[in-house]
Design a binder for this molecule. Structure first.
Ligand code: SAM
Length: 282
């Protein structure tokens, strides 16, 4: 069914009307270009059966475009000062619910009752990793996440497995497949941030690629492995897990991994095998 494209918001005028200034500390860089907002909603493939969780609605620009197409939008905003302006711009959208809370302090299960949901958000850059991990490590997990984030971080997250992986990329790729689907220049935001942005889509697997029973141990191992990036795995694991170097060496050998390799070179299958051996040894 065709939907009505919401009229664009005038960010500067709305801020002025409510006596607000963008709060840098909260990562407030607002999007107002209706073409970009529509594109984000297209990428997320939002349909009228969907429940969408939005993090950081700000003045509601993206929220309106989401609400025009979704069944329901649950928008979690930490900033109490911005809520009156947000309420005014969402006045005509009865399917948009505002929750004035820190998203990191609520589990998705407290606010989502639908059996499935999507996350679509232009998230505050200062807590990108924390938000993504919060969403992936708590249940219920979304079907798909479509997030506008710093371009450099997006590129890091989408690094192919085993090629200079970071702990963040690994922690995301265990749950889903991330891809960069659009680039957004800094000038599209008000005020413009210092860096360009990108939209990433993470399509979640039905089950994580490391068996659920091993996930805690996998994260402990991976954190230890990445804790000293310049060190080889034998030394990094020995320090991070407080094990003898010899023990780490035989653990790595048993898993078929050269102890001189660095954490960033392992793919998920190797992390999985290493985790299984470590679990058996414990
Ligand atoms: N969605 C709006 C847009 O695209 O114009 C605003 C995006 S702005 C980059 C990020 C928003 O996240 C801000 O409104 C900010 O107040 C909010 N925010 C920051 N930290 C948050 C947190 N911990 N929980 C919920 N919202 C947060």
């Amino acid at each position: 069914m065709p939907h009505t494209i919401p009229p664009s918001l005038n960010t500067a005028a709305l801020l002025q009307k409510y006596g607000l200034r963008p709060r840098k500390k909260l990562g407030q860089n607002f999007l107002q270009d209706p073409n970009i907002l529509e594109k984000i909603v297209d990428i997320a493939e939002v349909s009228e059966e969907d429940t969408v969780l939005e993090i950081g609605p700000g003045l509601g620009s993206l929220t309106r475009h989401l609400a025009a197409r979704a069944k329901k939008v649950i928008a979690v905003e930490i900033d109490s000062w911005i809520i009156p302006a947000l309420e005014s711009s969402l006045a005509g959208y009865a399917n948009a619910e505002i929750i004035n809370k820190d998203v990191l302090q609520i589990a998705p299960s407290e606010i989502i009752s639908a059996p499935e949901y999507l996350v679509v958000a232009n998230i505050p850059y200062y807590i990108t990793s924390a938000i993504i991990r919060h969403l992936l490590e708590n249940k219920p997990r979304a079907h798909r996440l479509v997030l506008t984030i710093q371009k450099e971080v997006a590129e890091r997250i989408c690094t192919p497995e085993g090629k200079k992986m970071s702990l963040l990329a690994l922690s995301i790729q265990v749950y889903g497949k991330p891809e960069i689907v659009a680039k957004i220049p800094a000038g599209a935001f008000y005020p413009p941030p210092k860096v360009d942005s990108a939209v990433i889509r993470i399509s979640l697997y039905d089950e994580p690629r490391i068996p659920t029973v091993l996930l805690d141990d996998f994260f402990r191992l991976a954190k230890a492995g990445f804790s000293q990036k310049r060190k080889n795995l034998r030394n990094a694991l020995s320090t991070g897990l407080r094990l003898e170097k010899g023990q780490c060496e035989s653990l790595l050998h048993n898993a078929g991994i050269d102890p001189r390799r660095r954490a960033e070179t392992l793919d998920l299958k190797e992390w999985g095998e290493l985790t299984e051996y470590w679990r058996k040894k414990k």
